[in-house]
Ligand binder design. Sequence first.
Ligand code: ATP
Ligand code: MG
Length: 285
Amino acid sequence: MGKLKLAIQKKGRLSEKSIELINECDISFPSGNGRLTSKAYDFPIEILFLRDDDIPGYIEDGVADIGIVGENVLVESAKKVDVITQLGFSRCRLSIAIPRGETYRSVKDLDGKSIATSYPRLLSKYLEENHIQAQIHEISGSVEIAPNIGLADAICDIVSTGSTLLSNGLKEVEEIFNSQAVLISYPHLSNEKREILDKLMFRLTSVRKAKKTKYILLNAPNESLDKIISLLPGINSPTVQSLAKEGWSSVHSVINEHDFWEKIEQIKAAGAEGILIMPIEKLIY
Ligand code: ATP
Ligand code: MG
């Protein structure tokens, strides 16, 4: 049987989370020792370890079948690939920054300036949309020192906390693009590879659903059961069992992370006691 080739970053800010994601799907593979490829032990997948910039191109050409890369790199590359899903990690933004001492009122202040960046395509799109004429200096790294050495008036670079900007005497003035890691694929996968991808996505979806959901167990007086059941519909409906104590029941259900605290307050107010919350490893429905 063929293997699905998955490209991930060899070393950097996407690597650890990419590996974690694969492992959470109960797929393990030998790693380390500067390997360039690795075959999973228990799933028809082969991992390719690459520079993140090379991933979109490898996928467009079909050298790798699927890959994990930042949206910033993907959009900048302009390669033709399918985006399967956003992955919610390695979040960052692409911003324009200028020397801290300079005044800045609006994007018009960038007119006629020179801006150093590793993202010429994303930057020129932004400048065009805002009708700004600025000179773009494409450089491949250490963009943040450009204003200090007189190479450019401003920079456009990835920011997550802003500490690099601060230590180089710069301030963020415009946010032009928001990014997170995405799973991408070669648009013309064979049926056999698509089947493997579907299996992988099934695992990934169950893990992600589980992360957003908790298992909840509580005791409640029977007269509050209707109210509590309406607050905890679960997947189909909660399990209710009688307690040894007369007039009381135990309720088992699942609860969503996003309105968790709000629901807990209402459940308590309805008379629930001994509320127990537990993590769920996988959730399939
Ligand atoms: P490579 O050697 O593979 O080319 P790199 O130096 O280009 O690596 P990294 O710094 O490892 O890239 O960043 C990889 C990706 O992680 C970025 O393209 C971006 O999507 C995301 N990223 C960048 N900075 C951060 C950050 N501070 N926090 C979270 N994610 C980030
Ligand atoms: Mg890179």
